[in-house]
Design a protein around this ligand. Structure first.
Ligand SMILES: [Zn+2]
Ligand SMILES: [Zn+2]
Ligand SMILES: [Zn+2]
Length: 284
């Protein structure tokens, strides 16, 4: 991979939110994992990633966490120049209201394919639900086609998160070749065309909601088992830890961090590598 950065200018990735929809600690939960997180003052807020292009001095936000305000105050990162929404679940979209009276204008990119489940594309749902936000200009974006955003080549890739359409992302600096890939919320069954776009990133952020052993606790169990019978998908919507690590392997990722982590990880595993925590930063 081509790595001669232009001067010291690079892609700076900040993990604003690494938790699932309830976060860790979860409100009202006294499990060992949540109690340990409180004691050690560490957390996983709802999912969001800040990607700064030091070359163009712009930044791109991936998903609007309901914890948007808190995350920006805590990490002191710059407000984004543009944003992308992967899908319309609460934990990825409902922070968009924070734009009100904070931004004068903001381009928000989202997929333009009609979701049979809702009869609308992600772009249309965002535009309809947040019609009152005059600052937001929704930019309907065609998956599997590269779009220049904040000086990056950005491609939305279809993933598998039933019943809704959802997208992963490849974000590449055309000057340096630095590449960040995100799985999005997804099962292990990411289509081949999407895998080709996500392949060979410097950093992969992969959805890993629980360890495979917890599939027994899911009403429909796990699926997409590997040769040893280990489930790479928990239920239908998310990868297991083992599935996320298999994906990192499949994609030949230079480095992988597991995100969208639930508090259901046993405390012995919950804060172990390579599970990400809020506030981690990476230079690509
Ligand atoms: Zn808990
Ligand atoms: Zn989701
Ligand atoms: Zn989610």
């Amino acid at each position: 991979m081509f790595h001669s950065n232009v001067g010291d200018l690079s892609v700076r990735v900040t993990l604003l939110g690494t938790g699932d929809t309830t976060g860790t600690p979860t409100v009202g939960c006294e499990c060992d994992t949540c109690e340990t997180a409180r004691e050690r003052d560490i957390e996983r807020t709802r999912f969001s990633v800040h990607v700064e292009n030091e070359r163009t001095d712009e930044s791109l936000l991936i998903d609007f966490s309901p914890d948007f305000r808190y995350q920006f105050l805590r990490e002191s990162v710059s407000l984004p120049d543009a944003a992308i929404i992967t899908h319309i679940h609460f934990d990825h979209l409902d922070g968009l209201g924070n734009v009100f009276r904070v931004f004068d204008s903001l381009d928000v990119y989202a997929a333009d394919e009609t979701d049979p489940k809702t009869g609308e594309s992600v772009a249309e749902t965002v535009a309809n639900d947040y019609d009152y936000l005059n600052a937001v200009s929704v930019q309907p974006t065609t998956p599997l086609e590269s779009t220049r955003i904040c000086g990056f080549d950005v491609t939305l890739v279809p993933v598998d998160h039933p019943p809704l359409l959802c997208y992963g992302l490849a974000i590449e600096d055309p000057e340096t070749g630095a590449k960040l890939s995100l799985s999005g919320d997804t099962s292990y069954a990411i289509p081949q065309a999407s895998r080709e776009v996500l392949a060979e990133p410097d950093l992969l952020l992969a959805d890993a909601i629980v360890p495979a052993e917890l599939c027994d606790a899911h009403p429909i169990g796990g699926r997409h088992e590997d040769d040893e019978g280990v489930a790479r998908t928990f239920g239908t919507k998310h990868m297991t830890r083992e599935g996320a690590l298999a994906l990192a392997d499949d994609l030949d990722a230079e480095r992988a961090r597991l995100v969208h982590i639930a508090h259901f990880y046993p405390v012995t595993d919950a804060f172990a590598e390579p599970l990400a925590l809020d506030g981690e930063t990476y230079e690509l």
